[in-house]
Design a protein around this ligand. Structure first.
Ligand code: PGA
Length: 234
């Protein structure tokens, strides 16, 4: 069972998550960090940027893995994982191009894109951190309900709810049908799998994930069986 920490508020959640990530980097300067897109971790990235600016943590030897992308959405689009992390993290600290590894949602050969990501992670020695959020349908990254947990990088058909909720990342209505994502096998193998959930609208699905059945129908319920998992909610 993962360790579940109930934070006082969003600032506290962000500070606690950032603190744990900074500790990983202090212990292992060349850590491999998988960062999520989405609105929930933005506060965590803000705290990490501040820590880096003050010299409390140094990311210069780290590698960064992008968790997922929408298929058909270019990296310069405001809704992409790459764009969110560029905006809230990479552009604010010094990171070299060679340190970041993202899926290309525009790739002509998506299976080759998955193989490339799996090879990259294997070459880097696996993930030290896999930071994820929870979707309103219980998804983790773009692993939708019913997705087998043994998958590595794969292409996903998106749930209707994900396509609808996903509109919040875009300035105009954007058709979404597929995603390219790390699979949950990586969560099982990550040295620190960490789930962040903020807000009253997420509370019912988080409760179902942590207290209901452990089932592939609720991807986030995997945290019930991750011994090293950490869940921080508010
Ligand atoms: P959010 O997204 O952080 O924007 O709520 C979470 C998710 O869908 O995984």
């Amino acid at each position: 069972m993962s360790n579940h920490i109930v934070a006082r508020n969003y600032e506290d959640l962000s500070a606690q998550a950032a603190d744990r990530i900074a500790r990983i980097v202090t212990e292992k300067p060349g850590a491999v960090l998988c960062f999520a897109s989405g609105h929930t971790p933005i506060g965590t990235y803000r705290v990490l940027v501040e820590m880096a600016r003050q010299g409390h943590v140094d990311f210069s030897l780290c590698h960064f893995i992008g968790l997922d992308e929408w298929v058909g959405i270019p990296s310069y689009s405001e809704g992409s994982c790459r764009y969110l992390l560029d905006t809230h993290f990479f552009k604010k600290i010094k990171v070299h191009e060679g340190q970041t590894h993202f899926f290309d949602g525009m790739a002509a050969d998506l299976q080759a894109e998955c193989r490339k990501m799996d090879e990259t992670i294997a070459r880097l020695g696996g993930l030290d951190l896999m930071l994820v959020g929870i979707g309103m349908n219980g998804h983790i990254a773009l692993n939708e309900p019913g997705t087998p947990w043994h998958l590595r990088s794969h292409v996903a058909e998106l749930d209707e709810m994900t396509c609808t909720v996903g509109q919040k990342y875009f300035n105009q209505e954007t058709p979404l049908t597929k995603g390219i994502t790390l699979g949950l096998q990586y969560l099982r193998e990550a040295r620190l799998p960490m789930l962040l959930s903020a807000g009253a609208d997420k509370a019912p699905i988080l409760r179902l994930a942590l207290e209901g059945d452990v089932t592939e129908q609720v991807p986030a319920s995997i945290f019930q069986v991750l011994e090293k998992g950490v869940v921080i909610s508010c």
